[in-house]
Ligand binder design. Structure first.
Ligand SMILES: [Zn+2]
Length: 109
């Protein structure tokens, strides 16, 4: 059933951003973490994890994607996303395989 998840992260960059150069784009290796969830259940999994903050929602040809980023740094390579099937609204959670690469801000001292 997961073969229907044929979305592309590139999709969000069409149209509006034609003139924007892609600078330092990271390559994310998405891995399926959980599936057969409701949207609310998927959101609560990420909330409980306390590492993620909602970044944006976008729609691909057959899915709705809620993108979450590291709450310390939205450029951190560690990310999560909830993918909703637009016909059934079944939710799956994907995550990057990589460890966090954000730099912890230290207090002055
Ligand atoms: Zn991080």
């Amino acid at each position: 059933m997961l073969e229907t998840l044929n979305y592309s992260d590139e999709y969000q960059n069409t149209n509006e951003n034609k003139q924007t150069k892609k600078i330092g784009r990271k390559c994310f290796n998405w891995k399926l973490l959980k599936t057969d969830l409701t949207k609310a259940a998927a959101e609560s999994v990420l909330k409980k994890d306390k590492q993620w903050t909602f970044n944006k929602q976008y729609t691909t040809s057959c899915n709705i994607v809620l993108q979450y980023v590291c709450r310390k740094d939205d450029n951190c390579i560690a990310r999560r996303k909830i993918v909703l099937q637009s016909n059934s609204l079944d939710a799956s959670i994907f995550g990057t395989d990589e460890e966090h690469d954000h730099i912890e801000k230290k207090g002055r001292g």
